[in-house]
Design a protein around this ligand. Structure first.
Ligand code: SF4
Length: 205
């Protein structure tokens, strides 16, 4: 266990080269950097072990970048936890200097820092997102856990910039129940697409 406040270090829960399983880049090889720490509190969160950042070692941005370069990946996905709890400017600077595509997955609960090629904004009912994400994000991904989430998703999509990709994704434990409802919804609202967590079907991280 360690914690420091040097902006050149970040608490890394895990990092690995895999296939992005969901959303717009589904099927794309990508190096994942999962940062520890989240206070959003989703009841269905499938990475609750990420919430307490104090459990993770702080890794230098230089080391993170070197590991990505060694993997051979072209795309980096920074996720969490909630990665924007930290200032990510230095991280994206180094990743971009290395010629890497920078993608982030965020709940939108904290201000954007860093230079991102792709922002996947996945708002949560448990902590209100910041308004800046509606303009700045490339992708809106709403996780559907119950029927009321469709109306909630439409409320967010109406505020999104016109170029944003819209995805509905069944929450994994409710996948059997929610997927048929999402299919119906998308047929009636064709600006939306379905995102499935294909990495879970492939049994990869
Ligand atoms: Fe879990 Fe993500 Fe929700 Fe945080 S924002 S509680 S990491 S699902």
């Amino acid at each position: 266990m360690s914690s420091i406040t040097d902006p050149e270090y970040l608490p890394v829960m895990e990092s690995f080269y895999t296939i992005q399983g969901e959303g717009f880049f589904s099927g794309t090889p990508a190096y994942f950097v999962r940062l520890g720490g989240c206070d959003v509190g989703c009841v269905w969160c499938d990475v609750k072990e990420s919430w307490d950042a104090s459990q993770f070692d702080w890794v230098s941005i230089e080391n993170i970048t070197e590991e990505v370069k060694k993997s051979g990946a072209h795309v980096v996905v920074v996720t969490g936890g909630e990665p924007l709890m930290y200032d990510l400017s230095m991280l994206t600077k180094k990743l971009k200097e290395a010629g890497l595509q920078t993608n982030i997955e965020t709940s939108g609960a904290y201000p954007i820092t860093g230079d991102w090629d792709w922002i996947c904004f996945s708002p949560k009912k448990f902590k209100e997102p910041l308004v800046e994400f509606y303009n700045s994000s490339h992708e809106l991904k709403v996780v559907a856990y119950n029927k009321s989430d469709f109306k909630w998703a439409l409320g967010h999509s109406q505020k999104m910039n016109k170029d944003a990709q819209l995805f509905l994704q069944p929450e994994w434990s409710k996948e059997k129940e929610m997927t048929p409802l999402i299919v119906d919804f998308v047929k009636k609202n064709p600006e939306w697409k379905i995102s499935l967590q294909t990495h879970k079907y492939m049994d990869i991280p």
